[in-house]
Ligand binder design. Sequence first.
Ligand SMILES: *[C@@H]1O[C@H](CO)[C@@H](O)[C@H](O)[C@H]1NC(C)=O
Ligand SMILES: *[C@@H]1O[C@H](CO)[C@@H](O)[C@H](O)[C@H]1NC(C)=O
Ligand SMILES: *[C@@H]1O[C@H](CO)[C@@H](O)[C@H](O)[C@H]1NC(C)=O
Ligand SMILES: *[C@@H]1O[C@H](CO)[C@@H](O)[C@H](O)[C@H]1NC(C)=O
Ligand SMILES: *[C@@H]1O[C@H](CO)[C@@H](O)[C@H](O)[C@H]1NC(C)=O
Ligand SMILES: *[C@@H]1O[C@H](CO)[C@@H](O)[C@H](O)[C@H]1NC(C)=O
Ligand SMILES: *[C@@H]1O[C@H](CO)[C@@H](O)[C@H](O)[C@H]1NC(C)=O
Ligand SMILES: *[C@@H]1O[C@H](CO)[C@@H](O)[C@H](O)[C@H]1NC(C)=O
Ligand SMILES: *[C@@H]1O[C@H](CO)[C@@H](O)[C@H](O)[C@H]1NC(C)=O
Ligand SMILES: *[C@@H]1O[C@H](CO)[C@@H](O)[C@H](O)[C@H]1NC(C)=O
Length: 443
Amino acid sequence: MVRLTLLASLAISSVVYASAPSAKKACTVKHVKGQDDTPRILDAFSQCAKDATIVFKEGVDYNAWTPVQFHGLSNVKVLVQGNIHLPNDMATVQARINATTNPKSSYATPWFYFQGNNVEISGSNKRNWGQFHGYGQQWWDIGNRILRPQLATFNVTNGVLRDLKVIKPIAWGWNIPGQNVQIFNHFVDAAPGNATRDDTISFPFNSDGFNFSGKNITLDGYYGHNGDDCVSVVHGAKNIVAKNGYCGFASHGLSIGSLGRDGFNSSVENVLFENWVMEGAVYGARFKSWTGGRGLAKNLTWRNIVTLNVSTPIFITQNYYDQDKGPRPPNTNKTSTLIENIRFENFGGYLNPEWTDGTCISDPCWNYVEGVDTATNGIIFDLYNGTATGIQVRNLRVHPYMKGYRATTVICDPTTLKPGEQETLGFDCIRGAFRSTSIAPRS
Ligand SMILES: *[C@@H]1O[C@H](CO)[C@@H](O)[C@H](O)[C@H]1NC(C)=O
Ligand SMILES: *[C@@H]1O[C@H](CO)[C@@H](O)[C@H](O)[C@H]1NC(C)=O
Ligand SMILES: *[C@@H]1O[C@H](CO)[C@@H](O)[C@H](O)[C@H]1NC(C)=O
Ligand SMILES: *[C@@H]1O[C@H](CO)[C@@H](O)[C@H](O)[C@H]1NC(C)=O
Ligand SMILES: *[C@@H]1O[C@H](CO)[C@@H](O)[C@H](O)[C@H]1NC(C)=O
Ligand SMILES: *[C@@H]1O[C@H](CO)[C@@H](O)[C@H](O)[C@H]1NC(C)=O
Ligand SMILES: *[C@@H]1O[C@H](CO)[C@@H](O)[C@H](O)[C@H]1NC(C)=O
Ligand SMILES: *[C@@H]1O[C@H](CO)[C@@H](O)[C@H](O)[C@H]1NC(C)=O
Ligand SMILES: *[C@@H]1O[C@H](CO)[C@@H](O)[C@H](O)[C@H]1NC(C)=O
Ligand SMILES: *[C@@H]1O[C@H](CO)[C@@H](O)[C@H](O)[C@H]1NC(C)=O
């Protein structure tokens, strides 16, 4: 019996051996209990930077206590079968993110930076493995927003992220500036253990799931609870599809922007959000550009969106400004980020009784809108006169919680529409009751 087993395992290992000449190199990351594993992580990534597999072993909790950057990876598969932990100490994180030379993003510096060609990072199908732990709750509890890292930047051409889990991140999750990137089954837990969506204490500020600024990016499969955008598509993004997801807690939605800050010329093109369930979110679909912005966002679609208890299912502003820092700055340049062909199709669900959430810590609130109705606004459009064209809303069936359909309202100023735009809009652009209208065929 013993001999048979031995023979069987020999046979298996000989098969592995026979294929060895064509097998890729493999590096297993070592771990030393109670120590920073960064030297060992760097070691594995330098030994296995090309044509190789790097394994974080299942059953191991790795200490990634120092920010790291990997450049020039080529044809590498990283298997995160264990868990990866940032320091569970705010002062250490702050000092180390402050000292790192990792390339910065627009608002923060990533703890991990990956750059290369043909790189895959795969997590685990097992519930408790393949996790990145940020120990964010303690930051949220005391409202610590100083020197917060973003989790990671994946600046890869031909990349895959699969089955990754982000647990209590400090703030922002993954930034994707690369191209040809496919992301599957992403999981985010950025909800506080002891607070609700509307609590200002312990709110997980800026816990965006993804930032896409790259080209040709597909996200298929997302499940998360957070306190900011699940996906935000920002300047530079082109050919983006994000589909089949769930966003809960106090999500700020499936967003494009912000664009055009400080007169910046932003560009976003070809974005599709499809098949999402938004629950408790402040927004479902959101477009946001700054007053005085420049550039163009075109061919943007949100389709098949279920909005359960969502404050504002459809929101556009081309006139954003920091309301807590004073009155709207004059748009002296008389510019905006132009919008061309923006569509919202098949929205169904009900509205949240609150129009904002625990992020409302200033007066006025960062997202206050003149005349906002606590529980009935299905659509809010704040357009810059005549600079959004091809707007279309089809089949919006969202209604106030426990009330009839007819009470759903919209905020839309008809004098901001380009002449002719009302004919193809799909609803009455007014400040008042939502009423759908037929959409004239394009001439
Ligand atoms: C961050 O680093 C700068 C020097 O680069 C230093 O002046 C500053 O005090 C540091 N801040 C913290 C909080 O460590
Ligand atoms: C990602 O984009 C959103 C929206 O522009 C922004 O709030 C957030 O700070 C960005 N994150 C990073 C790390 O740049
Ligand atoms: C991404 O990497 C490319 C080099 O391949 C570099 O030119 C670019 O600046 C990087 N972008 C970011 C956001 O790090
Ligand atoms: C877009 O990305 C996918 C997946 O990486 C790839 O198969 C496809 O060839 C890319 N398309 C273009 C136009 O580069
Ligand atoms: C959650 O617990 C932490 C730690 O006890 C506390 O500081 C924080 O105020 C609590 N949050 C709420 C909303 O009660
Ligand atoms: C609009 O964007 C979507 C999503 O990226 C894309 O599939 C479609 O081809 C684009 N349409 C045009 C006309 O470019
Ligand atoms: C006007 O445009 C200039 C040049 O792009 C820019 O520096 C300035 O911030 C803009 N002003 C406003 C009020 O947006
Ligand atoms: C924005 O940049 C594009 C090229 O990237 C250019 O064609 C366009 O004229 C610029 N727009 C403005 C308002 O500067
Ligand atoms: C909707 O969200 C509010 C918090 O904003 C919560 O009090 C309420 O119970 C939720 N309703 C449902 C039906 O989930
Ligand atoms: C937009 O422009 C039109 C035509 O120039 C004008 O009648 C209308 O009052 C303007 N609306 C706003 C809000 O400025």
